[in-house]
Ligand binder design. Structure first.
Ligand code: MRU
Length: 345
């Protein structure tokens, strides 16, 4: 199992290491962060990305901030203020995935309760281990949806790279493959940042799972041709009514899947649910640089005067989602009552 981030060393002088996901699949290269501001920069520039992974990175970022406060011998109010600023910088990196704010709230609560750097590292490690264990459970439940000969469509990357380990949307594929079930994955390339082509295809290749890369605009016609029986995605934020924010293009996959009577399973741990918001209309959608759409790498692919629109995520209404695979159990049908029941406690 790939772990995209790890803490190395002691609480007092350790560092956060992470795979630089911008360089995959050409290069597997690790970068180190020794300051919380470096972690914030790495989340913002998408060295690390994926909802649960950025939450965990932020938690380790708070450990680094606490280290810095110790090194500067900050005490009482000065220490508190320093940590509040670090927390705000980490929170300001990406707006859509709620896991980021969830992890920072956990760290904030531990600090309020008097946690020192060692105790804060324990909190971050516990969040990390809970994520890995929860994702495995998602995989075990989700694998039951995968039968021999199936075609499975993925969108974006919801694999180990996007989490603490195993992944959410890809976890069922890893478990089913482990069990010897033969199936084929169609990987949406996921314009504009190509998380499908660069990251999901890489993870499937590493695991030896048969797969075919497709452009996003090919998925609907493959459904019509009977090649896809299951769509599996992750999520960045799920509202109390089951509306799902995930990578831009997920809504199109959901509409096409509904039209063709194909199951759409969305996999996410408790940390991806935002039960404080009633529906997806309240989910903030990150708008990213036009350059990601107007350029292919460094090369401009449209006239200089052409403007682009680049929302990073879209919202799929609950009625288009067949099943939610969570670390607390399976929710189907997807509605507020089912979510409240499975996630309570
Ligand atoms: O912009 P990204 O790459 O951070 O977007 C990631 C996604 O949309 C994933 O599908 C989502 O975070 C689920 S990851 C388990």
């Amino acid at each position: 199992m790939i772990r995209p981030l790890e803490w190395q060393g002691s609480a007092s002088d350790g560092e956060l290491r992470m795979i630089d996901q911008r360089l995959l699949p050409a290069q597997v290269s690790w970068v180190s962060c020794r300051r919380s501001t470096q972690v914030a920069a790495r989340i913002a520039d998408m060295t690390i990305r994926g909802a649960p992974a950025i939450g965990l990175a932020a938690a380790y970022g708070m450990v680094l901030a606490s280290q810095e406060a110790d090194d500067a011998a900050l005490k009482g109010d000065l220490r508190r203020k320093f940590l509040v600023v670090a927390q705000a910088e980490l929170a300001a990196t990406r707006p859509t995935a709620v896991n980021l704010f969830w992890a920072l709230e956990r760290c904030g609560a531990a600090l309020e309760a008097g946690a020192n750097t060692g105790a804060l590292l324990e909190v971050a490690r516990q969040l990390h281990e809970e994520d890995v264990a929860g994702n495995r459970r998602i995989g075990e439940d989700g694998a039951k949806l995968i039968t021999a000969g199936m075609g499975v469509l993925t969108h974006c990357n919801a694999g180990a790279l996007a989490t603490g380990g195993w992944g959410t949307g890809l976890s069922p594929l890893f478990v089913a493959h482990e069990r010897g079930v033969p199936f084929h994955v169609f990987v949406d390339e996921t314009r504009p940042r190509l998380q499908g082509a660069r990251l999901t295809a890489w993870e499937l290749d590493q695991a030896g799972i048969p797969h075919t890369l497709i452009c996003d605009n090919m998925a609907a016609s493959l459904m019509r041709a009977g090649k896809i029986q299951l769509c599996l995605t992750g999520a960045d934020r799920i509202a109390a009514n089951g509306d799902v924010a995930n990578k831009i293009g997920t809504y199109g996959v959901a509409v096409a899947a509904k039209h063709h009577g194909i199951t759409l399973a969305v996999a996410a741990p408790r940390s991806t649910f935002d039960l404080k918001i009633a529906s997806g209309a309240q989910i903030p959608i990150e708008e990213r640089s036009q350059d990601e759409v107007t350029q292919w790498g460094d090369e401009r692919i449209c006239p200089k005067g052409t403007k682009a629109f680049n929302p990073g995520f879209d919202v799929t209404p609950a009625e288009l989602v067949t099943t939610l695979l969570t670390d607390r159990g399976v929710i189907s049908p997807v509605n507020a009552a089912g979510i409240a029941l499975v996630l309570k406690g």
